[in-house]
Design a protein around this ligand. Structure first.
Ligand code: PRX
Length: 655
């Protein structure tokens, strides 16, 4: 993928929504005018999407920026809004989850059944001594219990920290430790690529006593779902099987009301330093924007649609568009445990045909990898039920967009390219599928009620046909409320750059085209985006230097045809290591090492062992030059290097 953005700007294809779609659309064009006063608009959305136990009278409190409070005197229970109220409204028999295990087992769970399960899990958590505000770590595969666990934590007013099952024991340990979790909810293992991938051993390793304070001190209980059937070690005073305690627990639980600003969850994401940050979200504003955007962007008709978002609950997309948005809206959705190609490359399309999926939300990386395999695979399934397609996590190049539209969407289903972040909590920029004329590759326009801009380094609006930095110019309901335990880092990371204007800085480059539509250009900081997942160069560098052979490391994100970006590492070895060992095979060992330290998604595509790294006179590594090499380009301007010859040597070595 040579920089697709250059030709994106000359993209002149436009696709109007199908007539019937527009006529029945949930979101209509008048929304933009109705959002002229965002606070009035969001207050209406908050009343229409949520059952408030205590109605709010205040909308936005921005008296202490950047710490926003939305609907602060209102009270609600988030889980009640996702469960009980649908049952109370007579929809208890509606299917909430159409779960498909990777081996082909299936479970259909109605709203009544899910509500009952969540009440029992809530009672189990209370029995463990979990109180409002306590943190509970969730480390589970994509099974219904993951959804139930998150909602049960929310129901009792505790704070969940879901850790993606692909993260290593060390990453899990760091997250449990930072949040000071009291309980961990996990499984023996889950199915991935046709095999059981164990989880409980990673929890055991994460909680191992390494001397002194650590997560082993804060975690009192580990609740374990049996899924993989793999053997696990057991600490009887700490570990409890889900199937022993959940069915036996009481199914009675009245959902207590919590303030709108009561914390709902922490989700760790990579930033520009080696230490992941715990992004904090709260209740009322988050649920409002999650539910509203889910309905509007996916044109949800809950009585007839079958929705499927392929994201794992370990990522923000799984939080907002698998758990909170869809369930608050009473949607019926598919939940799939496994990988797209197990046991055969048509697995996803088979699931769409089987359940008659109408609304499908996935990442460009997945679309590009299906493109590579070819259209005959999806074309052997009936995908005619699909009526709206979503994309998230990274820029989607026009070629992949067109393939998605034609091969998956039958040439008619509108595509919504949704831009947002862990920090924004919910969708910020997207077409409205029944309104917007879509344009391949562009995320296009802010959602009604959302104010974003593209500005220059000084914070000035750049106008059309110009590039700059993406900012949010006004607070929004689902915005992050902080970084767990680190308010200074919160201010510094997101608000300092445009402090004069009071803008939120997203860390993304963007461009407006001649129509004013927004195109995302990728991160402008040291955060990479691999397959739609955020990784920090600093985090991978620190994993590399933790290896006994490594003296120094520099990591860059290089353009990759399938994954958007790929991790490429340049490593300088310790002389003391070279004196004793041969470097043969070390590049491979280092790849595996990073996978073990952080998780397989962080494993570098390439590791180059080099003699020296390119540095400025002040000692800063010039990653730009390494990116040139990694992407096979002519190396750019080297005049600021302390030693200009270094790049010649590196280029020769890499070649
Ligand atoms: O660079 C942007 C990219 O993903 C980043 C946010 O990553 P994360 O917090 O992991 O959340 C991903 C899922 C919401 C953004 O800073 N990104 C997300 N959506 C898009 C995107 N880039 C281009 N187009 C998108 N639609």
């Amino acid at each position: 993928m040579t920089n697709p953005i250059d030709h994106l700007l000359h993209e002149n294809r436009r696709f109007a929504p199908p007539e019937q779609f527009a006529a029945d659309a949930v979101a209509t064009a008048d929304l933009y005018a109705r959002a002229a006063d965002p606070e009035v608009f969001w207050a209406e959305r908050a009343r229409e999407t949520i059952d408030w136990r205590t109605p709010f009278t205040e909308v936005l409190d921005w008296s202490n920026p950047p710490f926003a409070r939305w609907f602060a005197d209102g009270e609600l229970n988030v889980a009640y809004n996702c469960l009980d109220r649908h049952v109370d409204a007579g929809h208890g028999d509606r299917v909430a989850l159409l779960w498909e295990g990777e081996p082909g087992d299936e479970r259909r769970i109605t709203y009544a059944e899910l509500t009952d399960e969540v009440k029992r899990v809530a009672n189990v958590l209370i029995g463990f001594g979990v109180e409002p505000g306590d943190r509970v770590a969730v480390y589970l595969p994509m099974i219904p219990e993951a959804v139930a666990a998150m909602l049960a934590v929310a129901r009792v007013g505790a704070v969940h920290s879901v850790v993606f099952g692909g993260f290593s024991a060390d990453s899990l340990r760091a997250r449990i430790d930072d949040a000071g979790a009291k309980v961990v909810i996990t499984a023996d293992g889950g199915y991935r690529k046709g095999k059981v991938s164990p989880l409980k051993p990673a929890v055991d390793a994460a909680l191992a006593d390494r001397g002194g304070q650590g997560p082993q001190a804060s975690v009192e209980r580990v609740l374990v779902v049996r899924r993989g059937g793999n053997d696990v070690e057991w600490m009887p005073e700490r570990d409890v099987w889900w199937h022993d305690v959940v069915p036996a627990a009481s199914g009675d639980h009245e959902a207590p009301a919590f303030e709108a600003e009561h914390p709902l969850f922490v989700l760790y994401t990579s930033g520009t330093t080696g230490r992941p940050k715990g992004i904090l979200h709260t209740s009322g504003g988050y649920l409002t924007q999650s539910a509203y955007t889910h309905r509007a962007v996916f044109d949800l008709h809950p009585e007839s649609d079958v929705y499927w978002c392929t994201a794992d609950v370990g990522w923000i997309t799984g939080h907002t568009y698998v758990v909170y948005g869809p369930l608050a809206n009473g949607a019926t959705q598919v939940l799939y445990e496994g990988t797209p190609d197990s046991p055969h490359p048509g697995r996803w399309w088979e699931i769409i045909e089987k359940y008659g999926v109408t609304s499908f939300y996935t990442a460009p990386t997945a679309i590009r990898s299906f493109m590579k395999i070819g259209r005959t695979v999806p074309q052997s399934f009936d995908l005619s039920s699909l009526r709206v397609l979503g994309s998230v996590g990274e820029p989607i190049n026009p070629e992949a967009w067109m393939w998605y539209r034609e091969v998956i969407g039958g040439g008619t289903a509108p595509i919504v390219d949704t831009w947002w972040q862990t920090e924004t909590g919910a969708i910020m920029i997207s077409a409205l599928p029944g309104v917007t004329e879509t344009k391949p590759g562009s995320a296009q326009v802010p959602m009604p009620g959302i104010s974003v801009d593209v500005v220059d380094e000084q914070g000035q609006h750049v106008g059309n046909d110009a590039g700059g930095l993406l900012v949010a110019t006004k607070p929004w309901p689902s915005m992050l409320r902080g970084i767990w335990g680190d308010p200074e880092r919160f201010v510094e990371t997101y608000w300092e750059k445009f402090a004069a204007q009071g803008y939120y800085f997203a860390g993304d480059g963007a461009r407006r085209d001649e129509d004013g539509d927004i195109w995302l250009l990728g991160r402008v900081d040291d955060v990479m985006n691999v397959s739609g997942h955020r990784l920090s160069t600093a985090e991978i560098e620190s994993a590399l230097v933790a290896h006994e052979a490594t003296a120094e490391a520099a990591v860059v994100g290089a353009a990759d045809e399938t994954t958007g970006q790929a991790v490429v590492a340049f490593v300088v070895l310790k002389q003391s290591y070279l004196d004793r060992h041969s470097p043969d095979g070390l590049a491979k060992d280092l790849r595996v090492w990073v996978g073990d330290q952080i998780g397989p998604i962080a494993r570098p595509r390439d590791v180059y062992i080099v003699g020296e790294l390119p540095k400025t006179r002040s000692g800063k590594i010039m990653r730009r030059l390494l990116r040139d090499v990694a992407e096979g380009r002519e190396v750019g301007d080297t005049t600021t290097l302390a030693d200009a010859a270094v790049m010649n040597v590196i280029s020769a070595q890499v070649r």
